[in-house]
Design a protein. Structure first.
Length: 115
């Protein structure tokens, strides 16, 4: 069973930055897709950044130019750099990995943007 463990969330003031990490229990080379979703209270989970294997990275319009997804293959880790944080970015952020039809999720990490 694949395990994904997110870290790096926290409380940050508007305009601040965070780097979220997603550590996988096995090589991330095997996944055809890795990405980050978020879910705010009372809202549906939404994709914020997706990294298909061999494909083009895509971002939600609301986070373009502020969020950057990247990977460190040797560490089996995917990152989400989030800058210029806004209160509306407050949510639980989840890492996901896809292998064929299988979908794996982490437990989530809370990001709260507040002054």
């Amino acid at each position: 069973q694949v395990q994904l463990v997110e870290s790096g969330g926290g409380l940050v003031q508007p305009g601040g930055s965070l780097r979220l990490s997603c550590a996988a229990s096995e090589s991330i080379f095997r996944f055809n897709f890795m990405g980050w979703y978020r879910q705010a209270p009372g809202k549906q989970r939404e994709l914020v950044a997706g990294m298909p294997s061999g494909g083009t990275i895509n971002y939600a319009d609301s986070v373009k130019d502020r969020f950057t997804i990247s990977r460190a293959n040797a560490k089996n880790t995917v990152y989400l750099q989030i800058n210029s944080l806004k209160p509306e970015d407050t949510a639980v952020y989840y890492c996901t990995a896809h292998f064929g039809l299988a979908r794996y999720w982490g437990q989530g990490t809370q990001v709260t943007v507040s002054s």
